[in-house]
Write a protein that binds this ligand. Structure first.
Ligand code: M6R
Length: 615
């Protein structure tokens, strides 16, 4: 789970690579490195720490010249984060230089063989083994770099996106991919290589995404040709014209990406249903599902697979689907599903939810479902991502790039897409009258403005955050559609402020967690006026009588909970099934402000990375 960047062309490679690494830091940030080649000398600098540390160190220690360069930002898998284990890595001769995102699983046996042949290793990484394997093949077989890479990769087991160059070939970089993402940006006699398009989007909109088991020799003055690593078949690449723009991936005046992304939600939700929700005509149009309606309508059940926040969106979808469509739904952690020999068959529809579209566990769950004959539908944010390509069909969320490690707009846009999907099916199954259907669509259309309204509580939330910022434990409670929101609220707080937090269905509290409640325990309760309001009010009374502190998310105009709670945050009224799109907003803001007040690195919390491309 690392970020890789490469450049070859007429520009200075250094600023392109450094800026690109900054944009990819969401993929890992425990160490960083860069190698620049000016045709004579390779200048390599690497360090434990962030790209900022690399910038300082490289300016002091190396020449920054060169029109060819590769860079890496790391999330350690093999070997602790330190200077030596950071990428790029040299081969023993010093001729080859490599960066790698992924894991070579059989690196130990390859390393033993290479040691027998006289190779030595400085680092503990699998990547240094790979570059020396390429070198060994190159000299033993007397082949060029591209061929050596291909032969070597046929010997390795694992996942990789690599970029490697040879000092003796200053006009080319060889790239290859299996399991980890790799894009090539194509400019005017220049090429960019990156884990996603953000490092090169200001230079070119034209990009090629490598498929698994593909490689390319990126050579100045030549067109890109793709080659299959296994069988050498050559393919002309599918050059995509990307829509992303540079403003979307900058902070735009906000202190953190997370805050920017929280505030982008009205626009992101609107973009997600734009063109799909046609309230006046009383229809939902989703190109991704139109040809596959039968699969859904005849499904035995829907199985949702996802991880983290996307799994929480899946739980909300379970309530929505079962209520609106009466199709049974199961929601599974992808990481458990893939290893527990689940019963899947051809009448099951599997929905895989993933912001990044690169989560390794979700990808593996998809492959398993496909092997067992299920129809797999993807809900992803990143266009052209591995999951988007691996699924039979799908619908994108149109949230725009999500850079903050804590998922925010991904969650609300995933719920939006899944709601549209459920509505579409309910209409087909004639479970709605036309009037009810139109009412629902019209209400969904009001959500962006209502999210905007919910965001107006920001100053109040900042004050409440100050009161609870030093807590060591917090409880989050919700019922029905808002039980998953309680889980999501707790996850947000845990991951960015390092406060222990747990989400519970409010009624389960009496089966255990109630023992935790005393005057030190803040309890965040979602108590909107729809659904099980009276029951939640009883739960609040139980907390109050044990002296717990109550912070309640209530519907505008609420009076009953206001009497009981220590603090209330209002959200606008909406249909019960749409409340998660609003109740989640104050919880996102709370965790954001608490993390800032605790001086935590909001966008890059410790030990985490944005996309988890390893098991
Ligand atoms: O890219 P994905 O949606 O597949 O990612 C899944 C999780 O890794 C992700 O939601 C993670 O839990 C976030 N850090 C939560 O904020």
């Amino acid at each position: 789970m690392c970020g890789i960047v490469g450049y070859i062309g007429h520009r200075d490679a250094y600023p392109v690579i450094i800026k690109g690494l900054e944009r990819l830091e969401y993929r890992g940030y425990d160490s960083a490195g860069i190698a620049l080649y000016d045709g004579n000398t390779v200048n390599l600098c690497k360090t434990k720490g962030k790209v900022e540390d690399l910038k300082k160190k490289s300016k002091l220690e190396i020449s920054l010249n060169g029109n060819l360069g590769i860079g890496h930002t790391r999330w350690a898998t093999h070997g602790v984060p330190n200077d030596i284990n950071s990428h790029p890595h040299y081969s023993n001769s010093g001729d080859l230089v490599i960066i790698h995102n992924g894991i070579i699983e059989n690196y130990e046996s390859i390393k033993k063989e290479l040691i027998k042949r006289g190779y030595t290793f400085e680092s503990d990484t699998d990547t240094e083994v790979l570059v020396n394997l390429i070198e060994e093949v190159k000299s033993k077989e007397n082949v060029m770099l591209g061929q050596a890479v291909q032969i070597a990769l046929n010997e390795v087991v694992g996942a990789y996106a690599i970029a490697v160059f040879d000092k003796n070939k200053p006009d080319e970089i060889v790239v290859a991919k299996l399991g980890s993402p790799l894009a090539i940006g194509i400019g005017e006699n220049e090429f960019f290589i990156a884990s996603d398009a953000s490092p090169f989007i200001e230079f070119t909109n034209n990009a090629v995404y490598l498929e698994d088991e593909e490689m390319a020799i990126v050579r100045l003055g030549k067109e890109i040709k793709l080659r299959k690593i296994k069988n050498d078949a050559v393919a002309y690449p599918n050059i995509l014209e990307l829509q992303m723009n540079i403003e979307e991936i900058e902070k735009g005046g906000f202190d953190h990406f997370m805050l920017k992304e929280i505030y982008e939600q009205p626009r992101a939700i609107l973009d997600t249903y734009r063109g799909r929700l046609l309230a006046e005509q009383g229809i939902v149009k989703m190109a991704g599902i139109d040809q596959h309606l039968d699969k859904f309508l005849n499904a035995n059940r829907i199985i949702i697979v996802a991880c983290g926040t996307s799994w929480h969106a899946g739980l909300v979808a379970e309530y929505i689907f079962e209520n609106l469509t009466r199709i049974p739904v199961e929601v599974e952690y992808a990481s458990e599903f893939r290893y527990r020999n689940p019963v899947i068959n051809k009448d099951d529809v599997v929905i895989a939810i993933s912001q990044s579209g690169e989560t390794a566990d979700t990808l593996a769950a998809i492959k398993l479902a496909k092997e067992n004959g299920a129809f797999v539908f993807g809900v992803c944010n990143v266009v052209g991502s591995s999951i988007a390509r691996e699924t039979h069909a799908g619908a994108y969320t149109h949230a725009g790039p999500e850079i903050g490690v804590a998922s925010t707009k991904a969650f609300t846009t995933q719920i939006t897409v899944l709601t549209l999907l459920a509505l579409n099916l309910a209409k087909e199954k004639e479970l709605f009258t036309d009037v009810q259907f139109r009412e629902y669509l019209t209400e969904l259309e009001t959500i962006p403005a209502k999210v905007e309204k919910a965001l107006e509580s920001n100053s109040l939330i900042e004050i409440i955050s100050d009161v609870y910022k030093d807590s060591t434990n917090c409880l989050y409670l919700g019922r029905g559609y808002n039980f998953p929101v309680a889980l999501e609220g707790a996850l947000k707080l845990k991951e960015i402020s390092y406060i222990h937090a747990e989400g519970y269905p409010a009624a389960e509290m009496k089966h255990g967690p109630i023992a935790l409640i005393d005057e030190q325990m803040p309890v965040f309760v979602i108590a909107t006026n729809k659904g099980h309001y009276e029951k939640v009010v009883s739960n609040i009374q139980e907390i109050k009588s044990r002296k717990g502190k109550i912070i309640a998310i209530v519907t505008e105009g609420d009076e009953q909970v206001k009497e009981l709670a220590d603090h209330c945050i209002e959200i606008p009224e909406t249909f019960e099934s749409l409340t998660p799109l609003l109740t989640t907003i104050p919880l996102q803001l709370l965790s954001y402000h608490i993390a800032v007040m605790r001086n935590c690195n909001v966008d890059q919390p410790r030990n985490l990375a944005k996309s988890v491309t390893v098991e």
